[in-house]
Design a protein around this ligand. Structure first.
Ligand code: ADP
Ligand code: ADP
Length: 232
């Protein structure tokens, strides 16, 4: 359902250009938990930022359910972005808004009515186990709880795909575990495809079905996790 063809990203610099992605070809099937792993500087952020339409690819195509996301106009781009939820390493919550208002934010932008927003926010906070924290502020929550808010917010517009950018990298191992459990749940219950990038092998081994290894802007290996990394 997601097909990435010859994706390239070049950052133009004053002294020299940086070729962050050197022609990536990948397919992610519907319902998969797909992991992209690689060392710092491999191009993981560039990849996920292109996929999330935050960064414009220099060349190549990103085709989601037959629609080429690199060929859209501004209005179409806005619609397409709703299909893609994203969570971040540092959660990126709005600290001046309550938990409920953080989750409501994408719905407000999408012009949903108040009743729809309230229902959806309650449903999502229930899903991530934070129904009792609706009126708290992010600073009153633990890192794991903040990431749960991030996940609820990412699901607000019923995306087809959830993109995770080092989503557990600032959490301790136990919290990482519980967030990965939640992601697996979301994948199974809601049928949402997950694409995650990480530099942590353990994350890949714990929840991914497929993995691609990125090195210096190129995919050097791709396949089933069980074939590429022997599970302990
Ligand atoms: P990773 O997420 O795997 O650490 P990045 O995608 O952040 O990799 O970076 C890949 C390469 O692109 C690195 O050499 C990095 O310095 C460079 N790079 C990333 N973003 C920019 C940018 N906005 N401008 C210039 N170079 C960048
Ligand atoms: P990470 O490896 O976690 O992605 P980076 O330091 O590579 O962290 O990137 C952090 C931010 O800085 C990103 O938005 C990236 O696009 C930007 N960035 C990374 N490298 C460069 C660079 N050489 N020049 C300008 N911006 C960069």
């Amino acid at each position: 359902m997601i097909e990435i063809k010859n994706l390239k990203k070049v950052y133009s610099g004053e002294e020299k250009d940086v070729e962050a992605l050197k022609g990536i070809d990948l397919k992610v099937e519907h319902g998969e938990i797909f992991g992209l792993i690689g060392p710092s500087g491999a191009g993981k952020s560039s990849f996920i930022r292109c996929l999330n339409l935050l960064e414009e690819p220099t060349a190549g195509q990103i085709i989601v359910d037959g629609q080429d996301l690199t060929a859209l106009n501004t209005k179409e781009l806005r619609e397409a972005r709703k299909e893609l939820g994203m969570i971040f390493q540092n959660f990126n919550l709005l600290n001046s808004r309550t938990v409920a208002d953080n989750v409501a934010f994408p719905l407000e932008i999408a012009d949903a009515n108040k009743e729809e927003i309230n229902d959806k926010v309650s449903e999502l906070l229930e899903l991530v186990g934070l129904a009792d924290k609706a009126d708290s502020y992010p600073s009153q929550l633990s890192g794991g709880q903040q990431q749960r808010v991030g996940i609820a917010r990412a699901l607000a517009n019923d995306p087809k795909v959830l993109l995770c950018d080092e989503a557990t990298s600032s959490l301790d191992p136990e919290t990482t575990h519980s967030i990965l459990d939640l992601l697996r749940d979301i994948n199974e219950k809601l049928g949402i495809t997950i694409v995650l990038i990480t530099h942590e092998m353990e994350v890949i081994k714990e929840i991914c079905t497929k993995v691609a290894v990125l090195e210096a802007g190129k995919v050097v290996e791709v396949g089933d996790v069980i074939d590429i990394f022997t599970k302990p």
